[in-house]
Ligand binder design. Structure first.
Ligand SMILES: [Zn+2]
Ligand SMILES: [Zn+2]
Length: 393
């Protein structure tokens, strides 16, 4: 079958990193990514199913891996070579449309009894990601044995497969996985109706976090930070009360919360500030701002995948901030233990998610697709995806 494959290669990683992760080098013959014919993934156990991806999104985490910016923390949690792609809408052998829940926890791996975190309904935090009939990997799309969305076929445990309602197009359904991450993040942030919330970043994760916070934990006021015109429009459409440029955030949060602003030698800080901040960029500038405009005793939820970034811990210490990660999905204690994916699938039909998807590329156009995705915000795009439906036509 045709697939894009990511191989672990220290020389290739060095070449790509030396070029600053530039798209042309990161997709060149010297890179980790190759397009070619590979064997179909085998069903690891009798109950597993085959899924033919229809659309597969390009995630920021995929771009980080391809461009050599990825945190090396994740390397031992990944098996190689793998077929990327964890934002997947596809079809089963019988033609049923499904989305894939990528986390590879105890249930998927056939580990019984499950580890304590899986038993709590948090398969993203599984201790047993090395166990069972498949290789190490946190998710489909980072595991050598499951295949991934950027290939013609992947294999999935039945618990990973969710039916897609007819009311959702493929273009909307391909966003269910990132939206589920954001629903999980919103519920972890736990904003109340009296809170002032800031969502920093307006790529896929930032925009879907705006929507998730608005739907699941509606606050008194939600300010989104967005750079590009399309992002600003979409943030407003998805529920932001106000959209501000990164350079204006201290001023706007100050007005919205009656905080006081002090100028520092490197950057300002607020006395007071937002109650809950969702950081959806994952880079030092944005993280350092977030811990300085979130109020004393407030919460910063790290949603966008960060890497090794230089962050000043003094504000976290002095303001007694709660900094919490929000990774993946599972079941939600604040929603009667319901699955995050079900919550996302229920909310999605009202959201016009398909407006966020495109352009679409064939696997053969992967160099253009990756380059486009790396500049999506500037080019007015949100979710760039591969269209594999043409391969079956
Ligand atoms: Zn992702
Ligand atoms: Zn587990």
């Amino acid at each position: 079958m045709l697939a894009l494959t990511y191989a672990r290669s220290i020389p290739a990683f060095a070449v790509v990193k030396a070029a600053g992760g530039r798209a042309d080098v990161a997709t060149s013959a010297l890179s980790m990514l190759k397009l070619g014919d590979v064997p179909e993934p085998q069903l690891p156990a009798r109950d597993w199913v085959r899924v033919m991806p229809s659309l597969s999104g390009i995630c920021g985490s995929d771009l980080a891996a391809i461009s050599g910016h990825v945190s090396l923390y994740l390397d031992p949690l990944t098996s190689y070579p793998f077929i990327p792609g964890h934002e997947v809408v596809g079809v089963l052998d019988d033609g049923a449309r499904v989305v894939i829940e990528p986390a590879l926890g105890c249930l998927v791996r056939g580990v019984d009894p499950p580890c304590p975190r899986c038993a709590e309904g948090r398969p993203g935090l599984c201790y047993n990601v090395t166990e069972g009939p498949i290789e190490v990997g946190l998710q489909t799309g980072y595991c050598a044995d499951t295949g991934g969305g950027w290939g013609e076929t992947l294999v999935a445990h039945p618990s990973q497969v969710h039916p897609v309602p007819d009311s959702l197009t493929d273009e909307a359904a391909v966003l269910i996985e990132p939206f589920a991450c954001c629903v999980h993040a919103a519920l972890r942030g736990g904003a109340t109706k009296d809170d002032m919330v800031v969502v920093a970043g307006a790529g896929t994760i930032g925009l879907l976090t705006v929507a998730a916070v608005k739907l699941f934990t509606p606050p008194k006021r939600l300010i989104a930070i967005a750079k590009h015109p399309t992002q600003r429009d979409l943030a407003r459409k998805l529920g932001a009360d106000q959209v501000v440029a990164p350079a204006d955030v201290f001023q706007r949060v100050r007005f919205a919360t009656a905080a006081r602003r002090l100028e520092g030698m490197n950057r300002p800080l607020l006395l007071g500030g937002s109650d809950v901040t969702f950081e959806c960029v994952g880079r030092a500038d944005s993280l350092n701002d977030a811990v300085r405009f979130t109020r004393e005793g407030g919460t910063v939820v790290v949603v966008g995948m960060p890497g090794e970034q230089k962050v000043d811990w003094a504000p976290i210490w002095q303001r007694e901030l709660t900094v919490t990660g929000a990774y993946a999905y599972g079941t939600e204690p604040k929603r009667k233990g319901r699955k995050t994916f079900e919550l996302a699938l229920e909310a999605a039909p009202e959201m016009h998610l398909d407006e966020l998807t495109g352009p679409l590329f064939g696997l053969g156009e992967y160099r253009d697709a990756i380059a486009y995705a790396m500049s999506a915000g500037r080019l007015g795009a949100v979710k760039v995806a591969f269209d594999l439906r043409r391969l079956r036509a």
